[in-house]
Design a protein around this ligand. Structure first.
Ligand code: SF4
Ligand code: MG
Length: 327
């Protein structure tokens, strides 16, 4: 395994109480593999990624347990200085909002080139050539002419490509992409997603793709981990999930993807809201919203059961996963 997160716990200590943002998350990603981490906002998917990257807002954020094993060593034991070396060079992150992640007063060429100047001691001139090469790589047209332009002179989709180029610059073994296409319109979303998938193959990187949109991951992900209230509720190969979800929450997410053959019809939405992380419901955290909930769900927290009816490595945190699978 390239990266293995084991039983990770993260809390946020605020004046109003302790928000339990991540409550025992375990997942892994191999070299060349794409793991999609899916969930509504507040499910803990971004916080888990920030903990992996070592950029968690601390305080109030605090990792209270677990391990993040990357290329064989536990990153949580490293000093910030060593952590910084891993960041960028060995793992990189792409955020949703390129405009606020890029510096508005520095040309994109200089921002891209900076990576090589700082990390590899390259000359400005050589770094500029590298920047053009990277812009070509992420298919920005007329890279040589545009390398001196500023972020606002690019469209949203092109800016996101620049972000991808920055992440790729030092050829990290792992990229974490947090809602990389959410701010883009649908056609551009698909193009950017395709580019990411292609580069991941080309560079044989591990990719963790964080999204709230199950619709965008079907063609690019190998596995999906679905998060709810800071836990993984279902984990499976992507095609198994699309064929038959083994958790009612995943089923709800699938049913709320707009379909082309459903024009005009009302779109299904999971009822209710995600829980307040300062008072997560007892038993199964999803029970107040679950159409299949029974008495045991209100008292007994379901473990991540092994879905034994599958040949693949599959888990569901639902007492009634079998029923869901066949429902
Ligand atoms: Fe629904 Fe119960 Fe399964 Fe939770 S354990 S998802 S409440 S059926
Ligand atoms: Mg988020």
């Amino acid at each position: 395994m390239l990266l293995e997160v084991r039983d990770l716990h993260v809390e946020f200590h605020t004046r109003d109480g302790v928000a339990k943002a991540v409550n025992g998350v375990s997942y892994g990603v191999d070299e060349g593999e794409t793991l999609a981490v899916l969930g509504e906002s507040g499910s803990g998917k971004s916080v888990t990624a920030q903990a992996i990257m070592g950029i968690l807002d601390a305080p109030p954020g605090r990792i209270t347990g677990g391990e993040v094993v990357f290329q064989g060593r536990d990153l949580l034991g490293l000093k910030e200085e060593q952590r910084r070396k891993v960041r960028g060079a060995e793992m990189a992150m792409i955020f949703q909002d390129a405009l606020s992640s890029l510096n508005p007063v520095i040309s994109v060429g200089d921002q891209l080139g900076e990576m090589f100047v700082v990390h590899q001691g390259m000359s400005r001139k050589a770094a500029r050539a590298k920047a053009v090469e990277l812009m070509d790589r992420v298919r920005i047209p007329a890279a040589r002419e545009r390398v001196g332009q500023y972020p606002h002179q690019f469209s949203g989709g092109m800016r996101q490509r620049i972000m991808i180029a920055m992440a790729l610059a030092l050829e990290p073994a792992l990229i974490l992409a947090d809602e990389p296409t959410t701010a883009l319109d649908v056609t551009v979303q698909a193009q950017v997603m395709e580019l990411l998938a292609e580069l991941r193959r080309e560079y044989r990187m591990g990719l963790i793709l964080i999204t709230h949109d199950l619709g965008v991951v079907a063609d690019v992900a190998d596995r999906i981990a679905v998060m709810y209230a800071g836990r993984i509720v279902e984990s499976a190969p992507v095609h198994d999930i699309y064929k038959a979800p083994a958790h009612p929450y995943t089923r709800g997410l699938l049913d709320s993807i707009p379909r082309l053959d459903q024009k005009g019809g009302e779109l299904y939405a999971i009822k209710g809201l995600p829980p307040n992380l300062m008072s997560i419901p007892p038993g199964c955290a999803f029970h107040p919203r679950c159409p299949m909930a029974r008495d045991i769900c209100r008292t007994d927290e379901p473990p991540l059961y092994e879905v034994t009816e599958s040949d693949a490595d599959r888990g569901s945190a639902c007492h009634f996963w079998r029923e869901c699978l066949h429902g």
